[in-house]
Design a protein around this ligand. Structure first.
Ligand SMILES: Nc1ncnc2c1ncn2[C@@H]1O[C@H](COP(=O)(O)OP(=O)(O)OP(=O)(O)O)[C@@H](O)[C@H]1O
Length: 237
């Protein structure tokens, strides 16, 4: 890290698709070790914001820094800092699970990639399917493998866009553990969920995105589940 304590710093971020403004001036700060839950209605711009943080989309205006690196001019460094679990699994269907992880381990310059891949396949409950092609995987199995890919290089920042999609109850518990382990290592997390109870349980900070703007930001410890539901009804339209 080349910045002491700030993991994610977004200032005046704007982004449009064609003539349509999607992000309208986002300011956001996530400290090292902190977990931010991003809440908002369908179409509010959450995934777009996540894509900009992950260097998959360029900011239209404003600045985005991850651990002090600029997401536009230092995209290569930023990609190595980030582990992404998104709607798409970003896996190669014709490779096996093990081959996929070994491939990404090489991309991220992970030493002993084969062993690291085996450890992660075991961790996400896919050891028995290591030699099978990804095209034969179920939705939940794909999501588990996407988690393994995201964690391969022990990223400083996890970006999670609805990371429990398709997962069973054991999968939910697994994610809770993986997020806790990441935090215990000092890693930061930005995650999107529509489940308010989980958002509250898994975060330190909540941000409400409405029509491309963060309209409210608060510490999770300030709210009960009932209070969060009330705030959500008030601010998210
Ligand atoms: N590639 C694109 N081209 C044009 N418009 C886009 C593109 N991606 C997203 N949008 C538009 O941007 C807006 C915000 O989309 P985004 O996916 O960021 O919302 P979201 O808050 O993540 O929604 P959801 O909760 O449904 O996942 C939507 O109106 C969507 O149609």
């Amino acid at each position: 890290m080349n910045s002491a304590t700030v993991a994610v710093e977004v200032e005046g971020l704007k982004k449009s698709y064609g003539l349509k403004p999607i992000l309208r001036g986002i300011n956001l700060r996530v400290q090292a070790g902190e977990r931010l839950a991003l809440l908002g209605a369908n179409g509010a711009g959450k995934t777009t914001l996540m894509r900009v943080l992950a260097c998959l989309a360029k900011p239209g205006a404003g600045t985005v820094r991850l651990c002090g690196w600029n997401a536009e001019s230092d995209a290569q460094e930023v990609r190595h800092l980030v582990g992404l679990v998104a709607h798409q699994p970003y896996l190669y269907e014709d490779l096996t699970a093990q081959e996929n992880l070994e491939f990404f381990a090489r991309m991220y310059s992970v030493s002993q990639g084969r062993a690291r891949a085996q450890v992660l396949l075991e961790r996400v409950g896919l050891a028995k399917r290591a030699s099978e092609r990804v095209r034969t995987f179920s939705r939940g199995q794909l999501q588990r493998l996407a988690w393994a890919r995201a964690l391969l290089h022990q990223p400083d920042i996890l970006l999670l866009d609805e990371p429990d999609t398709g997962l069973d109850q054991q999968g939910h518990a697994l994610i809770d553990e993986l997020m806790a382990e990441h935090s215990a290592r000092g890693g930061s997390t930005v995650f999107i969920t529509h489940q308010l109870e989980r958002a509250l349980a898994l975060s330190d900070q909540l941000a409400f995105l409405v029509n491309g703007r963060i309209v409210r930001n608060c510490a999770s410890s300030e709210l009960s589940v009932e209070a969060l539901q009330q705030v959500y009804r008030e601010v998210v339209r």
